[in-house]
Design a protein around this ligand. Structure first.
Ligand code: 3HC
Length: 694
């Protein structure tokens, strides 16, 4: 019986099955909510039905509220009303779980009287990642099943957890031996679990059951539990409203009657939903999806199965691990057998570390390691589908490698370079297949960082772009397609950001003031601490190797001064800061050296406020981002924001630099940039013509 556009009711063996079919992820859109509510009413009044199952078609049980509806006026029935009806159903309701049971979908499952899950099912309340808290009983019900500590951890992190690790939550686990094979979705998983759920529901139809809200909260906790979580998250999720609100709501679950605590949860949810932070984070969610979505599967018939990585340095080994973790067979290529052996040894060591830290099981470690082999003979690369070169950053070296690859690899093989700066069109001229030469710019550590800039050179074909975008997506990366230009998008903008940090040092701001201003604004790390960590000499050398973007004596003068005094950062124990036993301390010598250079250029020291620092660095990003849009190197503002959120620790609750500029009022942003141009008379503050339409 059709209940709505997306929900059916069928009766099987005396069980009423409410069947949801709302691709792609069965989100709880209005028609799903209305359909489930109607199904509950009908099933409860139909004497042929003794128990109810809620199940879903497709790859997953309900993966959450429909985020697209958040910007619209809410339509009845609201999710809390539907879940209230489930909890209070006279006939027991069983949720048939498979796939990723998230957000409102998990709250729905928690509201049912029973849960049946198939192998591989994951559950989670990822609302904090959208600047929200669970708004339909998640903070109240989850602690009743898994205890306060686990609920706090799951809700404030938003992480997914396997149902196999939550035995108190699942009433029946359905085994499927095929789970986990080849990372592929499990065929007909939904049929298996729905079938098992119907049998389970029939068997338990006449058992006495406790409505979920009447369950006691288990596990030990006291006032300190909540306060210590508040303190921990004030640091870890600094500046964010949602994690703190989630703690308030979970604490209420331990102190107030269910309905009062539920009302408080809803109030906190609505406040989060209507906040600028949540708007920014919802924008970020879709910006990431759109970044990859333009590269339809149909445009690509190239299938990447085997990969070679040239170079076993830090980047090369990280890239090899990233591929092997996603099931690709990887050949690590080095100049000699000895270098290969030591590269493979470093990889083994990394895997052992991940295993020891509990980040992967013994079996996963062994499986990944079995996929990686090494060679120093290019002749062994004849059948490779994709080569990623991560060798020394020198044009002549890259050209030699690419021409050697061209001689041995099959005609369909795609060649990617991990270069951060070099002109990929020029690299492509060393091959007979320039249309298959592309950039795959990973961020360090490559097996951890999500961002991959996929660089489309002028000669690269759409098909090669599509194949590489899809491969990166399959690796769990966030790929963004960009054009060729010095530093592409991310590093080019980072140069503008770093340039202003350097200018502010000359104007008298200290490294610690600049870093703490940016960290309190939300950046994961301040720019000068980052520079010390990665080595100040790297960009110093790059500035000398390539023609400078700006010919100005103050351009990166503070950083150059550090390098010229042997202060290269952490690796030499001094840079913008001093490091003793790995601990960072302020170092007045750095400021004294910079002050001498400032005086030489006639730059007067002045007092700079934290707000001026934040404003200056963020406006530098925005203007450079607009310049890249103007030049066509970045496709749109969403792509730029995706790059900054996933590669540079930009605070997600601010949406990304371009979103932030728009949310703060684009006219204010333009005025701010014009003001800095007038004040500094520096060409780099010339406002981009694209600013009006970012
Ligand atoms: N609402 C609307 N659309 C959604 C959605 C949602 N909750 N979740 C995913 N989608 C869409 C995506 O935009 C994408 O659309 P597209 O094909 O047009 O680009 C499509 O579904 C497939 O998504 P993915 O490409 O991400 O597919 P994956 O298989 O890689 O991942 C997923 C599936 C794990 C479900 C992932 O999409 C995800 O994490 N989604 C977000 C889930 C979430 O945050 N749920 C909580 C919502 S808030 C809530 O429920 C509040 C409640 O407490 C009241």
């Amino acid at each position: 019986m059709l209940l709505s556009d997306t929900v059916n009711l069928v009766i099987e063996n005396g069980v009423g099955v409410i069947w949801v079919n709302n691709p792609p992820v069965n989100a709880l859109s209005h028609s799903v909510r209305a359909g489930i509510l109607a199904g509950l009413e009908q099933a409860n009044t139909n004497s042929d039905i003794s128990a109810i199952v809620i199940g879903c078609d497709g790859n997953t049980f309900i993966a959450g509220a429909d985020i697209k509806e958040f910007g619209e006026a809410p339509k009845e029935p609201h999710l809390p009303d539907v879940l209230h009806a489930i909890r209070n159903s006279a006939k027991p309701v069983t949720a048939a779980l498979h796939g990723t049971v998230l957000g409102g979908g998990f709250e729905l499952a928690l509201s049912c009287h029973y849960r049946v899950a198939i192998t591989g099912t994951k559950v989670g309340l990822p609302e904090v990642k959208l600047g929200l808290i669970p708004g339909a009983s998640g903070t109240q019900l989850l602690p009743r099943y898994v205890g306060v500590e686990t609920a706090l951890s799951m809700i404030t992190s938003g992480k997914m957890v396997s149902t196999a690790s939550l035995p108190d939550l699942i009433d029946m686990q359905v085994d499927d031996d095929r789970a986990g094979q080849n990372n592929s979705p499990f065929p007909e998983h939904e049929h298996l679990v729905n079938h098992a759920s119907i049998i389970f529901a029939k068997r338990t139809a006449n058992d006495a059951f406790v409505p979920p809200d009447k369950r006691d909260i288990s596990g030990s906790f006291d006032e300190d539990t909540f306060d210590s979580w508040r303190k921990k998250l004030a640091k870890k999720a600094k500046g964010q409203l949602a994690p703190q609100s989630a703690i308030d709501a979970i604490e209420a679950a331990t102190q107030l009657p269910f309905n009062e605590a539920l009302a408080l949860e809803r109030t906190l949810f609505v406040a989060c939903r209507d906040s600028e932070q949540s708007r920014a984070m919802r924008y970020a969610f879709f910006a990431e999806k759109h970044a990859a979505s333009g590269y339809a599967k149909s445009t690509c018939d190239v299938h990447i199965r085997s990969v070679a990585v040239i170079g076993a340095g830090t980047m090369g080994t990280g890239i090899a691990i990233a591929f092997a973790n996603s099931g690709y067979s990887v050949t690590l290529v080095e100049n000699s057998e000895e270098m290969c052996v030591s590269g493979l040894e470093r990889i083994r060591h990394q895997y052992q570390k991940m295993h020891d830290q509990g980040r992967m099981s013994e079996a996963q470690k062994d499986q990944a390691l079995s996929l990686i082999s090494g060679t120093s003979d290019y002749g062994n690369l004849a059948d490779i589908d994709l080569v990623v070169e991560a060798a020394f950053e020198k044009m002549s070296v890259k050209k030699m490698i690419f021409s050697s690859l061209d001689a041995v690899c099959k005609p369909s093989a795609i060649f990617a370079t991990n270069t951060s700066y070099l002109d990929i069109d020029e690299i492509a001229t060393s091959t007979t297949r320039p249309e298959q030469v592309i950039g795959m710019h990973f961020f360090s550590p490559a097996n951890v960082m999500k961002l991959v800039e996929v660089v489309k050179a002028r000669s690269t074909s759409e098909q090669a772009v599509s194949a590489v975008m899809q491969t990166a997506k399959r690796m769990g990366k966030v790929p963004v397609c960009v054009g060729v230009g010095f530093g592409f998008v991310g590093n080019r903008m980072y140069a503008a950001y770093g340039r202003e940090a350097n200018m502010l040092l000359l104007e008298g701001a200290s490294p610690e003031q600049i870093d703490s201003a940016m960290e309190s604004w939300g950046m994961a790390m301040g720019p000068l601490a980052v520079n010390d960590m990665s080595g100040i000499d790297i960009a110093y050398k790059a500035r000398r190797e390539y023609p400078p973007i700006y010919d100005d004596p103050a351009y990166f003068l503070a950083a150059d001064t550090m390098v010229e005094h042997g202060r290269l950062g952490r690796k030499t124990g001094v840079g913008f800061y001093r490091y003793e036993n790995g601990k960072k301390t302020n170092d007045p010598t750095a400021m004294a050296l910079i002050a001498i250079e400032a005086e030489r250029l006639g730059i007067e020291a002045r007092k700079v406020s934290d707000e001026q620092i934040q404003n200056r660095l963020v406006l530098a990003l925005v203007n450079e981002g607009a310049n890249l849009l103007e030049k066509g190197i970045a496709r749109n503002s969403e792509d730029i924001d995706t790059i900054w959120l996933n590669g540079y620790g930009f605070p997600r609750f601010r949406g990304g630099p371009m979103y932030y500029a728009k949310a703060s009022g684009i006219n204010n942003t333009i005025e701010g940039i014009k003001y800095l141009y007038r004040e500094t008379n520096k060409n780099w503050w010339l406002p981009s013509e694209k600013l009006e339409t970012i």
